[in-house]
Design a protein around this ligand. Structure first.
Ligand SMILES: Cc1cc2nc3c(=O)[nH]c(=O)nc-3n(C[C@H](O)[C@H](O)[C@H](O)COP(=O)(O)O)c2cc1C
Length: 338
């Protein structure tokens, strides 16, 4: 269905964590490379898709967020941004820099981004955080693009199937990055991959890809035994040198520090899993901004901490299986997978 030779999907990464090189390397080795595009404009989407095409003639997937802002999160007041920035002032003082002026960024219209994806005609259009409009779904079907969508509960999987989606990505709570829940709250949708995969496979007729905590051949075999047709792997690809993660982040995934992760809203305003460090600990219970305003106030701190080599003040996305990681290139990781 996806036109791939091996049951391996590279999990798409939003922000600057996807690269054309990573997506192409996975596709060229027989899996499905992916590129997370929710922070790209329609023209950047088209340019990036054509850059991937220069590196591979195999199928690949492009990914968006259907819901890309929470109420009040796209146009926060300057006062709200300043309040959050000031709450982070002690960290800036510690890093020896002045806190930057808070900045709002552009939130792109999902429909316009989705039109660009359809124009780019990838083999697969994957999305999280909701269900696209009937028009977008119909346009994908006309263009012959396979739609793969993430579900964190059986109810979400059923709703996606009913809407006409072709493949469900059953996203267990072990996974790195955001919990892409859209029916119930993310906090109430934390079923693990071991439990979620067979439940989703039993509830829908369409194929299921398991995601979350899969980092080696045993995990892939387990996913298939539980009723999935393929495994979506994120953190193990994020740790490869082809990914867009900074070297400090990639190296840390191989460090015992990454054995402990936590789900927190502090980094972006939405619940996401990262290596446990001072930020989710210190800011526990603090008033946070909605997504993506919270991300906009945290990003400058992340960048400053990265410049100073301070992993304790960065957002270090990771799933729960970092301690299983052994490979630093796509070639060496893929050589160990089915
Ligand atoms: C840094 C990072 C960014 C991610 N961004 C996205 C995204 O934009 N869209 C998406 O569908 N999944 C995203 N994910 C989820 C992955 O595609 C994948 O499903 C998940 O990492 C699988 O769990 P694992 O990390 O335990 O392997 C992201 C994961 C990470 C670690």
């Amino acid at each position: 269905m996806l036109g791939i030779e091996r049951p391996i999907v590279q999990g798409p990464f939003g922000g600057a964590y996807s690269t054309t090189r990573l997506a192409a390397a996975v596709s060229n080795s027989g899996g499905l490379g992916s590129f997370g595009m929710h922070r790209l404009s329609p023209s950047e989407i088209l340019e990036t898709a054509s850059s991937i095409r220069k590196l591979t003639s195999r199928p690949f997937g492009l990914n968006l967020w259907v819901s890309n802002h929470d109420e009040g999160g796209a146009h926060p007041s300057r006062e709200a941004l300043l309040r959050m920035r000031d709450a982070l002032r002690p960290y800036y003082t510690e890093l020896g820099i002045d806190p930057p002026e808070p900045e709002s960024k552009t939130v792109f219209d999902f429909e316009e981004q989705a039109r660009a994806i359809i124009e780019a005609r990838p083999a697969v259009f994957s999305f999280i955080f909701g269900i696209p409009s009937r028009d977008i779904i119909a346009a994908c079907k006309r263009a012959g693009i396979i739609m793969a969508a993430s579900a964190t509960t059986v109810d979400e999987a059923r709703a996606l199937e009913q809407a006409g989606v072709d493949v469900i990505v059953a996203s267990g709570s072990e996974a790195g990055g955001h919990r892409p829940s859209f029916l119930a709250s993310a906090e109430d949708s934390l079923t693990g991959t071991m439990s979620l995969t067979p439940q989703v496979a039993g509830a829908v007729e369409i194929p299921v890809i398991a995601a979350g905590g899969i980092a080696d051949a045993r995990g892939v075999a387990a996913a298939m035994a539980l009723g999935a047709q393929a495994a979506q792997i994120g953190t193990a690809f994020l740790a490869c040198e082809e990914s867009g993660a900074p070297a400090l982040h990639r190296d840390l995934l191989f460090d015992p520090a990454a054995h402990r992760t936590a789900l927190s809203r502090v980094y972006t305003g939405r619940l996401a899993r990262a290596v446990f460090n001072r930020l989710p600990n210190d800011l526990r219970g603090a008033p946070l901004l909605p997504y993506p305003a919270q991300l906009w106030t945290m990003s400058p701190l992340h960048e400053a901490a990265l410049q100073k080599g301070r992993a304790d003040l960065m957002s270090l996305w990771s799933g729960q299986s970092a301690s299983l990681l052994r490979h630093r290139t796509v070639e060496s990781l893929m050589a160990t997978l089915p």
